[in-house]
Design a protein around this ligand. Sequence first.
Ligand code: TYD
Ligand code: MG
Length: 454
Amino acid sequence: MKAKTMFYCTECGNELPKWAGQCPACKAWNTIVEQPAETKRKSSAAVATAGERRGSIKPRLMDEVETTRELRFQTGMNELDRVLGGGAVQGSLVLVGGAPGIGKSTLMLQICQNLCRFAKVLYVSGEESERQIKLRAERLGVRGQELYLLAETNLDDVVEAVTALQPDVLIVDSIQTMYNGELSAAPGSIGQVKDCTMALMNLAKGRGVTVFVIGHVNKEGSIAGPKVLEHMVDCVLYFEGEQQNSYRILRAAKNRFGATNEIGVFEMGDAGLTEVPNPSEMLLAGRPQDTPGTCVTCVMEGVRPVLAEVQALLAPTSFNVPRRTCNGFDFNRANLLLAVLEKRGGLMVSSCDAYINVIGGLNLDEPAADLAMVVALASSFRDRPVPGDLAAIGEVGLTGELRSVNALGQRLSEVHRLGFTKCLVPQRTGAKLEVPDGLQLIKVRNIREALAFL
Ligand code: TYD
Ligand code: MG
């Protein structure tokens, strides 16, 4: 007999007797999901344990809660370990999201190589057969004695396999193919994806299994995927990159055990993913020389300085309202900088369309990139190239003044390491700044001085 199910809205929690396209209470579309009536009540591990102890529920003093340091292990890929905050935490659930074909399965299979040396690993795939996985593993040069494969999509069977095998690490590829037979919703729907993640979370917390879950994201991020699961899991990593170039960036969107501002850089090649320990070199490769409209800056990705090239193209507009597009740079920030350039720098950019691009799929959300953007815009406007050995670092204020940035010393050594000899920086740089030998600092107070120097 089919288990009893109920329907509720994921937006407002309203319960309904049957499925509907629109929630009658909050009027949101496509938010109604189906759940087994009984699993909803005991869905969370915390609620379940609380229920067993009914009658003796007592809050505890924080001082009395005993702690043990979280146990971490290395995945063997330094770039991944860094994004995880120094290795994977035992008993945690990590969600790896990304567009189809970006390399999620490849990354997971490659870390098995190292994990198998000290742990029992179970790789569950709902997308490929065991033979296909083995063929791919052979091509990637992955072999391990303690690597178990299972091609399965039914969650109950997966849980049973985990109970029987007792692996240390479980990899699930992908959450959208898993389903719970008690729900009538199709695999990949919000209800199924949430329910399966909750079951895997219970495995992680209850048995101390470290679980990596792969989740597909589509272009609009709208399918039931990593976005709806972010609040449930310990750590969310996004694997990004463009199909046409081989570089892939891994970034943490959430991490209960570490910082979220680290990135890991990989290159996809014939033998799978290789780590790129020096992202600056990769991002600057093929930089045009002696062309107007490009400037190099240094941003901090976590604790690591990374050089980035910003490009701007200004062309006289043929519209009433000039067009502005931004790729890798905040749209409003770019408009602000264009306005500052016009009012404080005296360049009539309001009559120009502006196209802004950051090379290499990087997203510059740090104000330290402002000055380089202003320089690139001015260079394109005047059609005069920026010297090839010049970098620019600094935040631009509304009056056109330049503000100092943090970690300037680290940024300057990275700039110097990649062969730049001059760097535009704000006048006030902080007391004891160590400037590498052979790097000339050009200190400017505002963007007028910067433009005059150029
Ligand atoms: P995959 O890991 O299957 O992507 P996902 O699991 O995120 O959907 O990677 C698929 C792409 O990677 C595919 O287009 C081919 C490419 N690829 C390589 O270029 N080299 C390799 O060694 C492998 C295994 C894949
Ligand atoms: Mg895959």
